[in-house]
Structure formats: structure tokens, C-alpha cells
Design a binder for this molecule. Sequence first.
Ligand SMILES: O=C(O)c1ccccc1N[C@@H]1O[C@H](COP(=O)(O)O)[C@@H](O)[C@H]1O
Length: 230
Amino acid sequence: MASPLLKICGLRDPDQAAAVAQLGVDAIGVIGVPGSPRFLGAEHRPALFGAMRAAAPGCRGVLVVADPLEQQWAQLELGQGHAVVQLHGSETPQLCGQLRSRLGCEIWKALRIRRPEDLQRAVDYSLVVDALLLDAWVPDQLGGTGHRIPIEWLQGFMPVLPWWLAGGIRADRVPGVLTQLRPTGLDASSGVERSPGNKDLDQVAALVAAVRVAGLAGPSQSRSVGLAPS
Ligand SMILES: O=C(O)c1ccccc1N[C@@H]1O[C@H](COP(=O)(O)O)[C@@H](O)[C@H]1O
């Protein structure tokens, strides 16, 4: 069985994006949510995604936003180097569908899980997004918190869409997660950084290795789930 995909999120520096891409990750995320300590302005995103792609042409750029207002939608259009928009706020299925039609790129919807019942919301998005991303719910913070969803809540979670597990992902958690769950991909941010936005390449390399080892050791979902490089 193949390993799950791996996304490293919240980078701010093009050289670091190139280095992370060369480690063999599948996607790199940039935070476009004002107020986040990992925020990167629109004018800096093309350089970061360009460096990423020059280093590893198959690596995909993900732009993370939350509850974008209509006047901001133009900023989400292709041209900044991203192939995916990750919606990490309270976007309705209707808004996700509208953005998907308008932007012409993949849309991933983050669901922040506060209680097991929240997983049922996945069904509402199944026809209007390309993938789901599960993150822990934390009051007054949208993401990048390092908080985890209790793993027992996710047993039996098998949406029709590809799905990413986020929230406190680090190398030492990988064996425990992948023996119990089959996410399409893992998404890590604060667990692999020295300070917000500054990734620790040794921790990223350890995470890449842990994911590969877990893929060799046990059953996990295939990479061939329709997430081809752009
Ligand atoms: O990282 C941020 O600052 C951030 C801000 C606003 C929305 C999402 C954000 N990050 C996302 O959070 C998850 C998990 O992060 P962590 O590994 O628990 O630190 C990840 O999907 C990031 O894309």
C-alpha cells in the first residue's frame, strides 16, 4: 500500500519552500488569513510558489483563506501559483460551490471538529468541494494551533471525498495515526516549526520519513485518488 500524501502548511520564505519541496512533500500551504502569525501577503505568494515548483514540479501550492468576501475573490484566482484554495472558515456548501465554479481550481474545505457529530457535516460538502480537511476546533483560533482531534472520533470516518487530517501532526504521531486511520493525506504546520512560519527542516524530514515507513508497514489509502499535480 502507498503512503498517504503529505502537506506542509504555513510557510513564508521561498528558499524554505524550495527546501521543503525537495524533501518530497506533496503540497505546500501558504496562509492568506490576516491576523495569523503565518500570514503571507498576496504580493509575496508567487515567489514562494514559484520557488516550490522550481524545486519540485509535482508539488502543489495551497492557498489557505477563511470566509473570503466577494470583493476578495479576485485575489484567489489562479495566477499566484497555487493550484488549490483551502477554505478554513465557516464557508457554507453554497459558497464552496460558488467559489469552485468561479475560481476553476480545486477547493478543499476544512471542517473544524468540536464534537463527533460535527463529522456528519462532511456529507453536505460532498458534491461541491474536491477534498475535505479535518482540523481540531479551538475557540477563537481558526488553525495552526497544534490541537488534535481525538483519534477515536475518526474511526469509521470514510467520506466519499479524499480527506486530509490536520491538527498537531508530527513525526512521532504518525505510526499511531496510520495504524488506525486511512486519510488521503496528512497536513502539518505548527508541529514542524521553530517559530510561526519558520519550519524546522529536520522535523519535516523526520515527518516525511515517518509517513513513508508507515506506508510500507501498513494499509493506508493510495496516492491515486485524483489529486494529480497541477
Ligand atoms: O496556520 C495558521 O496560522 C492558520 C490560520 C488560519 C487558518 C488555518 C491555519 N492553519 C491550518 O491549520 C491546520 C493545522 O495546523 P497545526 O498542524 O495544528 O498547527 C493546517 O491545516 C493549516 O493549514
